[in-house]
Design a protein around this ligand. Structure first.
Ligand code: HEM
Length: 391
């Protein structure tokens, strides 16, 4: 079968969205030979339907294209319901608005500490100097990590991300195993000295009971390992992409600076436009007929959230930034169905505080060099050189 698109073709910050628009019109269920071959669902309705139908589209084989998990099953992402459910039941209460309110002040403190020297210098890369650090610090606070653990997470997390982006299987395995080791250490520490399970994620997973029994030890380990990276990369890329947009649109930059109350609405529209995880993967459990194509059982399928979120059939003028878009709540940046992101609130909190502080502390900022795009499985900016005029 000839491929419909080359997933390995060079990309720029904007080119992939143009490619997806063309594919949505020509070939919305598209095949690429990259990484051993996979299907891509590009239209909003197809992606939504697949994300909800976990019996036909299982997550138990691989969750992203290219496949990056080689070192064990990690709940909740690697399990379908009902097996997945107890892990979500344990994690969800730790990410409620009340719990997140406690993280607001430390998040602002970290943001200011990182932004002050950067803005005072007058120029820098918002990704390397700010957005790669903020989510790790916030995450370490949420997980109750010690400073040295947070430092280690920063370096291993970075190595893991580089390995994923460059598809280096050996480095992926090595950094994943190191993350397992960190998770093991954290579990041992909480077993010895449990914290309040209403506040601490590791203690919550250890205290969780399913049908009266504790969750299996290897699965608790896998879950902590999963959680250790899943919430870090998306805010990093998102902040970079939003910075590109605002640098290109000084009028919007000024408007949001004058009225920060608009930020939550703006952030939702940014999430739609610059969905940082381009898509998660599922595997067909039976023959699937879609868009005139047949997907065979066992074939990997990318649910391309970044494409679905720019589908004109769902979002009018989909490539434009429209503040207060009436159906913005339908965007898929956090996924849909049983795996919908439990950390959406924490992601939004970081984006809002990052933007509030960046805008308040500058009179304007501009692009000062080439934007470097990320690769699969993310989409957006990996390096954004900016110059700043301090407030
Ligand atoms: C802007 C920030 C974020 C974005 C855009 C994002 C996006 C997503 C998406 C699209 C999924 C669905 C995966 C799928 O369909 O298979 C997901 C799952 C997940 N996210 Fe996030 N995420 C963000 C931040 C976070 C944070 C801060 C956490 C930290 C707790 C987190 C924890 C998780 C977990 C544990 C899952 C797996 C859920 C499951 O399989 O049931 N995310 N995220």
């Amino acid at each position: 079968m000839t491929e419909d698109f080359d997933a390995l073709a060079p990309e720029t910050f904007d080119s992939t969205h143009a490619l997806y628009a063309e594919l949505r019109a020509r070939c919305p269920v598209a095949r690429s030979d990259a990484w051993g071959g996979f299907w891509a669902l590009l239209r909003y309705d197809d992606v939504c339907q697949a994300a909800a139908d976990y019996e036909t589209f299982t997550t138990t084989v691989q969750n992203v294209v290219p496949k990056v998990a080689f070192t064990g099953r990690r709940p909740p992402l690697h399990l379908d319901p009902p097996e997945q459910t107890p892990y979500r039941r344990a994690l969800n209460p730790l990410l409620t608005p009340a719990r997140l309110a406690i993280l607001e002040e430390p998040t602002r403190h970290f943001a200011v500490e990182l932004l002050e020297p950067l803005i005072a210098r007058g120029h820098g890369d918002i990704c390397a100097d700010f957005s790669t650090h903020l989510p790790i610090r916030v995450f370490a606070e949420w997980m109750g990590l010690r400073d040295e653990e947070a430092g280690r997470l920063a370096s291993v997390g970075r190595a893991f991300n580089i390995a994923v982006q460059s598809n280096q299987e050996e480095l992926m395995k090595r950094s994943s195993l190191e993350l397992y080791e960190m998770a093991r250490g954290l579990i041992a520490r909480r077993q010895a000295e449990p914290l309040d399970p209403a506040v601490d994620p590791t203690s919550a997973l250890l205290a969780a009971r399913h049908e009266g029994e504790p969750l299996p030890e290897d699965m608790v380990l896998g879950c902590i390992r999963q959680v250790l990276v899943v919430g870090i990369i998306a805010p990093t890329v998102m902040i970079g992409s939003i910075a590109v947009h605002l640098a290109r649109d000084p009028a919007l930059q000024s408007r949001l600076r004058e009225d920060p109350g608009l930020l939550p609405a703006a952030i939702e529209e940014f999430l739609r436009l610059y969905t940082p995880y381009r898509g998660f993967a599922r595997t067909a459990t039976c023959p699937i007929e879609r868009g005139g194509r047949t997907i065979e059982p066992g074939e990997p399928i990318a649910l391309v959230y970044a494409s679905a979120n720019r589908d004109e059939a769902r979002f009018e003028h989909a490539d434009r930034f429209v503040l207060h878009r009436p159906n913005i709540a339908e965007h898929l940046a956090f996924g849909r169905g049983p795996h919908r992101c439990p950390g959406a609130g924490l992601g939004r909190l970081q984006l809002r505080i990052a933007l509030e502080e960046l805008l308040a502390r500058t009179r304007r900022f501009e692009l000062a060099g080439e934007v470097v795009p990320t690769r699969c499985p993310e989409i957006g900016a990996r390096a954004v050189p900016l110059s700043f005029v301090p407030a």
